[in-house]
Design a protein around this ligand. Sequence first.
Ligand code: GRF
Length: 216
Amino acid sequence: MSIDNHASNQLRCAVLISGTGRTLKNLLDYKSSGRLNNVCFPLVISSSSTAAGLQYAQLCNADAHVVERKGYESDEAFSDAIYKLIEQSQCNFIVMAGFMRKLIIRPEWENRVTNIHPSLIPSFCGHGFYGKKVHQAAINYGVKVSGCTVHFVTNQVDDGPIILQKTVPVYSDDDADTLAARVLEMEFQALPEALELISAGRVTVDGRKTIINSGN
Ligand code: GRF
């Protein structure tokens, strides 16, 4: 059965971060250059009080909060604290942007949470595949192509329906840093593109697949 999960309406996004916030900054840059018209970012939640990405929340006047996993006894309690902030700010969508903690996906948030992963899922993903480790694994394996994946988040790591993927070549003299930089350039296109599609009501989820409907 096909589930039309998004009507064409504004996405009020809670952005979840843990680190440098390059993904968040890119979204804000897109927004301020007149794109992402149907998307706004009123709330940023960081899982770390020292995340450099928090500075961008201040720049765009988003409501910024720190919710650290160590302050809670379980993933459930940690997730509850995050959902409470999200509900208070009346967000209807969650964007994981370099978020390194587990958020339990409640049934009502199914297909309303995205993540971006710096490989072509199902390669080089899952537990232990984060940061440079992803790119080093791709290089060690000898793949000729890598890339990034934007997907809906489920309660399994890096496992939800794929919205879009973008590829980059892997060169014989690449190291994890050069490959990461090339993939990041694609990430900077892929996530805004995915949010545009979702906010235009063009993404339908059918089982573990998504269907991108034509804009006509
Ligand atoms: C990127 O590699 C992205 O794929 C992953 O987090 C990294 C970006 O983190 N999800 P940040 O936005 O710089 O904090």
